[in-house]
Design a protein around this ligand. Structure first.
Ligand code: PYC
Length: 333
């Protein structure tokens, strides 16, 4: 952002199962063309103050996920998107994509039906249903390691799986907490310690990928769900939705453990009671060949998850960054 003058950008705010998304529809940063993964680097190197100004207080909040629309490199995509949070950029964001689809519909840019959206980690196919629910067919997901033991300070040893669902997750198998809103403080403390422990012990995803999401599970409260989760996000906040990429990682683990078959429905309830419905299919032959070339693995455990949920637009705002405002670039920590 330039420091010398007042600046304005237009955003649409929505929430998906309670988790907020802010899509920048006018006034995004100049991040050029080329592969989205390269544009993320340019965004991070040259325009990180934009991310902080949009997400941090006083205009935003730690829980908020932002998205900047950009020209896709794939001609059949309706848009490209780069998601970001209070600390960095996200490969993919499930609840954010559902919010984005609802935003594009609200703006009259898409109609119900099937569309493609390009993200830094691949193209996702979305369906806007007539009832306004959205299905996101996510990027291929897989369990990378099973039953990883951690010694977490203050707790018994903790065991979990490492999985990719568009972001890296540690899915805790055993923890001492009931998954309910009254336990959020304890769940935050516990999952932050798990996160630090992974960092300290240099436990990563494939190719050194940082595991920056921690997921804990328990029995559902709703009779319409199969499981209830709590998800710690990279910047220390928790996901109010069941987490699209986290639910993708979960179905990949269920499949790898022989507990869910292709086409079967798995319903994930969030800590606040919102629900995503997930299914998966196995990759088609041409997709397997591409995954093989990309070195995505292990191929026998790769699934293509679909996540269905609802989002609601709740704000259409012009954000003003006044040149004399000492907090125009957000309150930094
Ligand atoms: O829905 O994938 C998701 C997500 C990631 C972080 C917050 N939500």
């Amino acid at each position: 952002m330039s420091l010398g003058k007042d600046e304005k950008i237009k955003v649409i705010d929505s929430h998906t199962g309670g988790e907020p998304t802010r899509i920048v529809i006018e006034g995004g940063p100049e991040i050029g063309g080329g592969p989205l993964i390269d544009r993320v680097k340019k965004f991070r190197n040259d325009h990180d103050d934009f991310r902080r100004a949009v997400i941090h207080e006083p205009r935003g909040a730690d829980v908020l996920i932002g998205g900047v629309l950009c020209e896709p490199t794939e001609p059949d995509c309706v848009t490209g998107v780069i998601f970001f949070n209070n600390v960095d950029y996200l490969g993919m964001c499930g609840h954010g994509t559902i919010g984005l689809v609802q935003t594009l519909y609200y703006l009259g840019r898409i109609e119900p039906g099937r569309h493609k959206i390009e993200t830094p980690v691949g193209v996702v196919t979305v369906v806007l249903h007539e009832d306004c629910q959205v299905t996101v067919q996510n990027v291929p997901s897989f369990r990378y390691r099973a039953d990883v033991e951690l010694s977490v300070e203050g707790y018994e040893s903790v065991c979990g799986d490492i999985a990719w669902g568009g972001n890296w997750f540690f899915l805790v198998k055993d923890h001492p907490f009931e998954i309910k809103q009254g336990n959020i403080d304890q769940l935050l403390l516990f999952s932050r310690r798990v996160r630090s422990c992974l960092d300290n012990q240099k436990i990563t995803g494939k190719d050194g990928g940082v595991i920056d999401h921690i997921e804990c599970f328990g029995p559902p409260e709703s009779s319409h769900a199969d499981s209830k989760n709590f998800v710690l996000c990279p910047g220390g906040e928790y996901d109010r939705s069941p987490c699209g990429t986290g639910t993708s990682a979960k179905v990949a683990c269920l499949y790898a453990g022989g507990k869910l078959n292709p086409g079967e429905v798995f319903r994930q309830e969030s800590i606040i009671g919102s629900i995503f419905e997930a299914t998966f299919r196995l990759p088609h032959l041409d997709e397997r060949q591409t995954l093989e070339l990309q070195g995505t693995g292990p191929l026998e455990r790769v699934v293509v998850p679909s996540i269905r949920g609802s989002a609601f637009v709740h704000g259409e705002t012009t954000l003003v960054f006044g040149k004399n405002d000492p907090f125009r670039l957000g309150i930094s920590k």
